[in-house]
Design a protein around this ligand. Structure first.
Ligand code: GDP
Ligand code: ZN
Length: 453
C-alpha cells in the first residue's frame, strides 16, 4: 500500500496553467474529495485511464477554481500508480490553496523527486533514465538537451544491458565449471574468455572516454600554455586568439600573471591560460607562482608545452616536462622559421604528440588544430550516442572497468579470482543502471531533483 503524495508539478510563479499531481493508491479518492466534475454522472473514482474531466475544485470554504482532472490508471501512469493531475489556473496563491485542500483530504506532501523515484521503484524507468529526466529539465543548450533526451530514451541503458548480459553469461559458465569440474560442463576456453572480457573493457573505455568528450563539449578544453621565458608563449596565445591580447616582449619573464581567454580552434573550444615559468627558484614570491603553475599543469585538460627550436634545451625545459606528469600534452616546437638547434630526440622520447609551428608567421596552426580535435575525439562527437551523464555513473563505470582488468589479470592464475572479479564488476554496472543499488545511492540521486518531479 503506497502512501498518496501530492505536489505542485509546474514551475512556481505566475503562468497560464498550473498542475497539481496526486499519486498513490488513494489518488482517486483524494481527488474526488476536492474536485467535482461538471457532468453529474462522471467521477474521478470511476473514470477510465487517460480521461479528462472538466469541473471545479473546492476546499472547506467553497469553490477555488475551475480545473481539468486528468486521470491515469495504474500502471499506465508516470509513477506506475493511480495518478490524478488537476490542471488549474496558474497563479501561485491559487495553486497553494488547491494543494492545501488536497493535503487536508488525505495526501502527504511529495518529497523532492519522489514521483520519479516511485516511477523507478515501480520499474517504469531505469536509474540512468530517471537521472536523464533531471538533465532534460536543467539542459541549457541544444546538444545537452539532445544528449539528455537520448539517455531518457534508454541509449545508455541499452548499451550497458548488452555488457551486463555478456558478463552474466561469462560468470555463469565459469561458476558451473568451477563448481562441477568433473561433470559434463564444457571446459572454459581461456582465449574466448579473454576476448569477451577485452571486448567489455573496450566498450567501457569508449563510455569513459566519451564522458570527458561530453564535458569538453560543454565546458571547453582547459588548456595551459607552458614553457620557459621567451619561447613564444604569448605570441602563440595571440596567434590562437587572433588578436594581440597579452604583451609580447624580448625580455625573458615578462608574462607574470596568468591571462585567461577562450578561443575556438576548429571544432574545439580552448580555455587558454598562459602561465609563468616553473623553474626552481629561491625567491619566495616566485616560488608561490611556481607551485601554482605546477598545480595548473596537473589540473589542465591539455598542456601546450612550448619549446624554442632555435635554441638548445635547458634544465628549465626538462623541469617543465617532468612537471606535466600524466596530463595530456602536446610539444609545440616554436620558431620553426629559424635554423633549428633543438634536441629532437629528447622531445620525441618524452612527448607522444609533437607539432612544429612558427607562432610569429602562423605556419603549423592547422596541424595544431587537427591534432587537438583528434586528441579529444571531437571529429566524431555525436550527442545521440550513449554517454555517461554524471560523476556517479562515471564512477561506477570506472570501478567496473578496473575489476574487469583484475579479472583479465587473474586469467593466468585462478578461475575463482576471475569469477569473483567479474561478479564485482557486474555489481558496479548494475549499480550504474539501478538494477542492484543501495537505498543510500537512490536517496542521493533523487534528492537532487526538484519537488513535483
Ligand atoms: P614568452 O616569454 O614565452 O611569452 O615569449 P614571447 O611570446 O614574449 O616571445 C619572445 C620573443 O620570441 C619575441 O621577440 C617574439 O617575437 C619571438 N618569437 C615568438 N615566436 C616566434 C616565432 O615563431 N619565430 C620567431 N622568429 N620569433 C618568435
Ligand atoms: Zn609571455
Amino acid at each position: 500500500m503506497s502512501q498518496t503524495i501530492a505536489a505542485i508539478a509546474t514551475a512556481q510563479g505566475g503562468a497560464g496553467i498550473g498542475v497539481i499531481r496526486i499519486s498513490g493508491d488513494n489518488a482517486r479518492e483524494v481527488a474526488a474529495r476536492v474536485f467535482t466534475p461538471a457532468a453529474k454522472k462522471k467521477s474521478v473514482l470511476t473514470a477510465a485511464g487517460y480521461t479528462a474531466l472538466f469541473g471545479r475544485v473546492y476546499d472547506k470554504n467553497g469553490a477555488i477554481d475551475e480545473a481539468v482532472a486528468l486521470v491515469f490508471a495504474a500502471p499506465k501512469s508516470y509513477t506506475g500508480e493511480d495518478v490524478v493531475e488537476l490542471s488549474c489556473h496558474g497563479g501561485s496563491f491559487l495553486l497553494q490553496r488547491v494543494l492545501a485542500a488536497v493535503l487536508e483530504n488525505g495526501a502527504a506532501p511529495a518529497q523532492a523527486g519522489e514521483f520519479t523515484k516511485r516511477a523507478f521503484l515501480n520499474g517504469k524507468l531505469g536509474l540512468t533514465q530517471a537521472e536523464a529526466v533531471m538533465d532534460i529539465i536543467s539542459a541549457n543548450g541544444e546538444q545537452a538537451a539532445r544528449a539528455a533526451l537520448a539517455a531518457h530514451d534508454g541509449a545508455l541503458y541499452h548499451k550497458l544491458s548488452g555488457i551486463v548480459a555478456e558478463l552474466v553469461s561469462l560468470s555463469a559458465s565459469l561458476a558451473a565449471w568451477i563448481d562441477f569440474p568433473e561433470e559434463d560442463v564444457p571446459a572454459v576456453q581461456i582465449d574466448a574468455l579473454s576476448a569477451a572480457l577485452n571486448s567489455c573493457c573496450a566498450q567501457l573505455d569508449v563510455l569513459i572516454a566519451g564522458y570527458n568528450t561530453t564535458r569538453i563539449v560543454r565546458e571547453g578544453i582547459h588548456t595551459v600554455i607552458a614553457g620557459k621565458p621567451n619561447v613564444g608563449k604569448s605570441t602563440l596565445m595571440n596567434l590562437l586568439a587572433g588578436e594581440t591580447r597579452s604583451i609580447v616582449t624580448d625580455i625573458p619573464g615578462t608574462t607574470r600573471d596568468v591571462v585567461d581567454i577562450t578561443v575556438r580552434l576548429g571544432s574545439a573550444v580552448l580555455r587558454l591560460s598562459d602561465t609563468a615559468g616553473i623553474r626552481a627558484t629561491d625567491d619566495p614570491v616566485e616560488c608561490i607562482g611556481v607551485s601554482l603553475a605546477k598545480q595548473r599543469l596537473l589540473q589542465a585538460d591539455l598542456v601546450l608545452a612550448v619549446f624554442d627550436s632555435s635554441a638548445e634545451l635547458t634544465d628549465e625545459d626538462k623541469q617543465l616536462t617532468e612537471a606535466i606528469g600524466s596530463t595530456p600534452a602536446i610539444a609545440v616546437i616554436n620558431k620553426s622559421d629559424l635554423p633549428t638547434q633543438i634536441d629532437r630526440a629528447y622531445i620525441e622520447s618524452h612527448y607522444k604528440h609533437i607539432v612544429e609551428i612558427s607562432a610569429a608567421t602562423g605556419s603549423g596552426y592547422q596541424q595544431l588544430t587537427t591534432l587537438i580535435e583528434h586528441l579529444f575525439a571531437l571529429e566524431n562527437f555525436d550527442p545521440m550516442k550513449p554517454v555517461l551523464a554524471n560523476a556517479r555513473q562515471l564512477n561506477c563505470a570506472r570501478r567496473a572497468r578496473a575489476l574487469l582488468e583484475e579479472a583479465l589479470g587473474a586469467l593466468s592464475l585462478t578461475l575463482d579470482a576471475v569469477c569473483v572479479n567479474i561478479d564485482c564488476g557486474l555489481d558496479a554496472l548494475m549499480e550504474l543502471t539501478g538494477e542492484r543499488v543501495s537505498d543510500t545511492v537512490i536517496e542521493s540521486v533523487f534528492e537532487r531533483f526538484c519537488v513535483g518531479k
